[in-house]
Design a protein around this ligand. Sequence first.
Ligand SMILES: *[C@@H]1O[C@H](CO)[C@@H](O)[C@H](O)[C@H]1NC(C)=O
Length: 238
Amino acid sequence: MKMKELLLFLSCVLSVSVDGQHSDFHIAGCSDSYGEDVYGLDGEEVAYADFNKQKEIYPQPPFVDPMDYPGGYEQAVGQLQICRANMQNSRKGMKDFPLERDAPSAVMIYTKDEVEFGEENYLICYVTGFYPAPVNVSWTKNKEKVTGSSINVPYINKDGTFTQISRLDFTPQLGDTYSCKVEHLALTEPATKFYEVEALARSDPGVGPSVFCGVGLTLGLVGVAVGTFFLIKGNECS
Ligand SMILES: *[C@@H]1O[C@H](CO)[C@@H](O)[C@H](O)[C@H]1NC(C)=O
């Protein structure tokens, strides 16, 4: 009976290639507790339905000519109902077949850009290889819970498992430790990955070379002075 709330039923995965150059996709899926409806291009999200905010969200970068799907949210709500009805039918027909469950095969934590102390950056928690969707991801900084992270909608992999990427804005300070905690129903306890801001980050790239140059120049000038001194002394002797 557990399965009731767990089953994620993938009703539609559509992939169209144009001259093998671009891949356009639409994923609609549901479980009793979760639903997803996302349009994408070349692996990137173009639009998805946010069933909590009850509207279509367009997570597109500022440089694109915005693409929108008028009526997209209403259509997604319809799809979700169809998906749940199909799921009930399958469940009845298959006599409550057991749910497949795969724990995440990989959880990785890393920064978006090279770390510079005091410069804004993002921490990324990349979770892949799980089924069904979704995972819950939560973050800590120095063991205290932090809020303000965001997570994308589950993205389906070629093997039918899912990937989700959570992102946290952060400003690296030496010694700070971050963690991302991943919960999934196939995990008996959460998977946690840590990130520590280490000293190997460059604090100010200008300091090293200019100190080196300064010391070199000073030694050179001392050499010239000493040389001149002996040259003069030598001349006096002869
Ligand atoms: C994720 O969080 C939601 C809301 O707190 C909770 O209902 C759900 O059980 C959690 N899922 C997992 C796999 O822990």
